[in-house]
Design a protein around this ligand. Sequence first.
Ligand code: SF4
Ligand code: SF4
Length: 342
Amino acid sequence: MLRTIKIDWEHLADFQTLETPFPRPERTFPGIDEINPETFPAFLDDIELVGMGGAGFPTSEKIRANRHSHTLVVNGIECEPGITIDTAVLLHESLWVAAGAEACAKAIGAKNIVLVVKNDPELIAKFRKLYDEFKIIPFKNTYPSGAEKIILEKLIGKRPAPGTRPFQFGYLIQNVVSLRAVGRAIIDGIAVVERPLTLTMPSIGFYKNIIAPIGLSIREILAINNLPYDPAIHIISDSGLMMGKEVSLDDAIEKTTLSLLILKRDAVWREERPCTRCGACNTACPLGLHPFTLTEKIRKGKTTNNAFKGQMAECFLCGVCSAVCPSDIPLVQTLAEGKKCL
Ligand code: SF4
Ligand code: SF4
């Protein structure tokens, strides 16, 4: 995982157009005219849909767990700084997003559809026209507003108890790109074979949103876009600075690839220094956890305590603690290791 934000995003537009530098796939799957709770999960398995917001968990399982929810929440809050793909999909592919949302709502018996987006009045005015049937709720334009736990907290008006899930409060939260995939399958008969993603190289001012074939190598994506990647100088981050991971040219586009960020190595990696006990990580954690205390326990191998395990189960590895740490301590990387103890 990467942990710092030292990139100048000043010139990043709020959204970019959605380009498709690849041929669109042919219809391979019959559309469905009727959505019902019995057949819908099997349909999702047939189109091979997994959570495209990053979870990668089979969507059919999520739908089964969420039957009888009263509200479908369309999560259009970008998951990380610098990623604009949800916004681009909401603006440019509303037909598919709306169809996917309505189908999922019908399948779980939800009476309401809510679109949660970052608080940008100009964009919200556009969304109101495109999604006039949905209720729109703006969220603070801060990271990690798009996390399920944070969305749920705002919807129910209090922090949910540790271990609780949205369906226990009657909400199904689905990422925009996943709903787009459902709509695309229903309307066009196309299974999940393509992935909308943000592609950026800030050092040359390159910012795009594209739709890429799943399985295509990152090497091909960079070549098609003429990006001057040099492994000695750059790293490629898959799916963001805060929660993303470094990938190589030979890795392929996956269903969960939210973005490819090509960054200068010296902007990302810095040497760890001793903790100054400044408390910034505790203050910044959106869940009120104590990241450095947890990190110390993990490093000392003290991971069997139930209180430790409870906090580790809550941590969703957002990386905020690492980003604010003045000593560049790799908190989130250590916490990710600690999760293996659960
Ligand atoms: S990664 Fe850090 S800031 Fe994020 S939830 Fe875990 S402890 Fe809190
Ligand atoms: S932010 Fe960094 S230096 Fe400050 S208490 Fe947390 S780990 Fe220590």
